[in-house]
Write a protein that binds this ligand. Structure first.
Ligand SMILES: Nc1ncnc2c1ncn2[C@@H]1O[C@H](COP(=O)(O)OP(=O)(O)OP(=O)(O)O)[C@@H](O)[C@H]1O
Length: 331
């Protein structure tokens, strides 16, 4: 059994009669950054929220989620309340959804600190200012007295990261933390997450639809499609050898590094949705390599190298460079 900090096994998430995540397994090791990538509707956000115990009412979870070896599926809300902000923390896309509009940023941080550590108000306040300073908020003493709506989007996201990391969690789950921000601010926030990870050894599970972000920041990657595992492994290996056609299609659609490069088409068609999943591999309808078996049976993850898994029936029969599958479409 792996001794990862976070172990998710055979996770199913349902809403009404639909299964939006189907048999997903993943690990996050201490100190690493796992990027979870896939198109809209792949189930990235609900997976993140299931791990945090933050799914909306009405959604059901089965399988296993272990943090520090402790099972969380089926645990009472009191267990999650104990863990969140201490061992595991959340950075959502929308900072305003986690910041209180009626308290200053400094007060919110000080409260978070005092909920975990027995320190005086003054010490909590000083630590709050230090936390804002650490995430690059200028003039932190003054800014600690401001309310969330007085911050820019980028500064608010920094404040949320300060809040998430102030009690030194082992794992931060960040769900599209930069999607709402302009590209320069995005880069600063991602660099900040890298920096915090380097300085304090916090593991990060980063949910993103942007493969370029994963390529630049992740140690390992998990590619999802229609609630299922497609490919996972060390980032360099997955990028260099995207064995699953869906991964290859995502890579083929990345803008070229040099402006002279030829931009390849994105994967044709629209993502499969939980209400209308075909039998077999959910990607088959969009996959240039699909054969009969793909339309009948769902592929299971197969280990092609240490910690490198691919879910594809055509695994052994594809061209050496799988991105070619998509170049052919380009004509
Ligand atoms: N509160 C909800 N009620 C019903 N269905 C939901 C709810 N939240 C998500 N879903 C459904 O679950 C599936 C997975 O959604 P999820 O948000 O996890 O996808 P995602 O990969 O994060 O995509 P995106 O990048 O668009 O957020 C989708 O089909 C979505 O419609």
């Amino acid at each position: 059994m792996s001794d990862a900090l976070l172990q998710v096994r055979d996770l199913y998430i349902g809403v009404r009669d639909l299964k939006v995540v189907r048999g997903l397994s993943l690990d996050v090791a201490a100190g690493e950054l796992l990027a979870v990538v896939g198109e809209s509707g792949a189930g990235k956000s609900v997976t993140a929220r299931a791990i945090l115990g933050l799914l909306p009412t009405g959604m059901t979870v089965s399988g296993s989620v272990r943090l520090d070896g402790r099972e969380l599926v089926g645990a009472p809300q009191s267990t999650y309340r104990q863990l969140r902000g201490r061992r595991i923390a959340f950075v959502p896309q929308d900072a305003l959804s986690v910041l209180s509009p009626v308290h200053t940023i400094g007060d919110q941080l000080a409260l978070a600190i005092r909920s975990v550590r027995r320190v005086s108000r003054k010490t909590a306040r000083d630590n709050a200012v230090a936390a804002l300073d650490r995430v690059g908020i200028p003039d932190a003493v003054r800014r600690a007295r401001a309310y969330p709506h007085e911050f820019s989007g980028g500064m608010r996201q920094r404040a949320v990261i300060a809040m998430a990391t102030v009690n030194d969690p082992a794992l931060v789950i960040a769900d599209e933390p930069t999607t709402a921000l302009d590209p320069t601010v995005q880069a600063h926030i991602l660099d900040l997450l890298d920096e915090l990870r380097r300085d304090s050894g916090t593991a990060v599970m980063l949910v993103t639809h942007d493969l370029a972000i994963a390529a630049a920041h992740a140690d390992r990657i998990l590619v999802m499609y229609a609630g299922r595992h497609v490919q996972s492994g060390p980032i360099e290996q997955v990028l260099a050898d995207p064995r699953a056609p869906y991964t290859a299609g995502l890579i083929a659609a990345l803008p070229p590094r040099e402006s002279t490069g030829r931009r390849l088409p994105a994967i044709v068609g629209t993502p499969a949705m939980p209400g209308s999943l075909p039998p077999g591999c959910a990607f088959a309808a969009r996959c240039p390599a699909a054969r009969d078996i793909c339309r009948v049976e769902e592929p299971a993850p197969f280990e092609i190298g240490p910690g490198h898994l691919v879910s594809c029936h055509r695994l052994g029969e594809l061209p050496g460079r799988t991105t070619e599958l998509f170049e052919e479409i380009a004509g």
